[in-house]
Ligand binder design. Structure first.
Ligand SMILES: C[C@](O)(CO)[C@H](O)COP(=O)(O)OP(=O)(O)OC[C@H]1O[C@@H](n2ccc(N)nc2=O)[C@H](O)[C@@H]1O
Ligand SMILES: Nc1ncnc2c1ncn2[C@@H]1O[C@H](COP(=O)(O)OP(=O)(O)OP(=O)(O)O)[C@@H](O)[C@H]1O
Length: 302
């Protein structure tokens, strides 16, 4: 009698939305990439990625934003997996299934978070630590936002995204995310900053931009007050590319209980911060009712 092969369980990971609580552009490097200093948090809302171990690397994408994510063969999940496999000959892989829920080209790093989740799944399957050098290298090669998404916890991100600080013990924030359902690709937003290679970025006051100071552990109100002193320098260029972002920010600022409204990443998604989950949920209901075409989600950022 032939014994059945032991079934290898399906592995799953969440791929949460990334939110840049602050993003200071310091300048443009000789390689064309912009030097950034950003405080990055992660939301409760997420894509979901599963891996069924097997002999062939493949990907199936389902979910409300699957089509917007583009051809499966170009998906960042497969790009990350192929890069990891090239760096680690003999790597075991299998069939990925992505449940795509996050808006695409939205400034919340959906594709980067999916790629990072793929690397975590492959590391788990191959008994490699999540900070194994090949995992880190595959993350860096796949995209600027992938390293910070590898361990999705509130932390600083520096350089073009390749330098990531330790997780910060800060109170979770109650937020509403709003996207006007206008896709905004990242390169035109950086281009609209108009910086030459090697140029430093000056703030609207004409002063040279300073790095974000990683906040200590104040209470939630103090954290929001501190965040209000920071900026997202991509907000103005993103509004040039997609004027609807200004409408989102105005609506968020007008929402009852909103303590701070700001754009994430290169847009168009904006976040509003609130004192508690009730205020956030109420504002989300009101925003969704006023703007039925917008994507509106109350969530926690941590
Ligand atoms: C805006 C952020 O989302 C903030 O977290 C990221 O900096 C963008 O990260 P990403 O979408 O993963 O970016 P990548 O896919 O690596 O790069 C897309 C393009 O954005 C521009 N880019 C990206 C990151 C960076 N620090 N400087 C840049 O100028 C470059 O033109 C690059 O060709
Ligand atoms: N798994 C994926 N999810 C979303 N987009 C993907 C994915 N794989 C490839 N892409 C492509 O990547 C591009 C950027 O999509 P993504 O949603 O990651 O942008 P973003 O939220 O603006 O990212 P960031 O905040 O990192 O700049 C899109 O053009 C999309 O076609």
């Amino acid at each position: 009698m032939r014994l059945a092969e032991p079934a290898v369980a399906m592995l799953t990971e969440r791929a949460p939305a990334k939110v840049n609580l602050a993003l200071h552009v310091l300048g443009r490097r000789a390689d064309g990439y912009h030097a950034l200093s950003s405080l990055v948090a992660f939301a409760g809302i997420a894509d979901r990625l599963a891996l069924a171990p097997g002999p062939t690397l493949s990907l199936t994408v389902d979910g409300p934003t699957a089509t917007a994510a583009g051809p499966d063969d170009d998906n960042l999940v497969l790009r990350a997996a192929r890069t990891f496999a090239a760096l680690s000959p003999g790597l075991r892989a299998g069939a990925f299934t992505l449940l795509k829920r996050l808006p695409v080209a939205a400034g919340i790093g959906g594709g980067s978070s999916d790629a990072a989740a793929a690397l975590r799944l492959l590391a788990r399957l191959n008994d490699l630590a999540p900070d194994h050098p090949a995992v880190l290298e595959a993350a860096r090669c796949t995209g600027s936002d992938v390293p910070v998404c590898l361990v999705p916890r509130l932390r600083m991100m520096e350089g073009a995204g390749e330098t990531v600080g330790p997780p910060l013990a800060l109170p979770p924030l109650f937020a509403v995310l709003v996207n006007p359902r206008v896709a905004v690709e990242t390169p035109p937003v950086f281009a609209a900053l108009g910086l030459e290679r090697g140029a430093m970025f000056a703030t609207t006051t004409g002063r040279q931009s300073a790095p974000v100071d990683a906040p200590a552990a104040p209470d939630r109100a103090a954290l929001i007050t501190m965040l209000a002193t920071l900026r997202n320098d991509l907000e103005a260029p993103a509004i040039q590319v997609a004027p609807a972002i200004a409408d989102v920010l105005a609506a968020m600022r007008a929402a009852t209980g909103c303590r701070l409204a700001r754009m994430s990443g290169s847009g168009a998604t904006c976040f509003g911060l609130f004192d508690d989950c009730h205020a956030a949920a109420k504002a989300a209901r009101a925003l969704a009712a006023e703007h039925p075409g917008w994507w509106v989600k109350p969530t926690m950022l941590r």
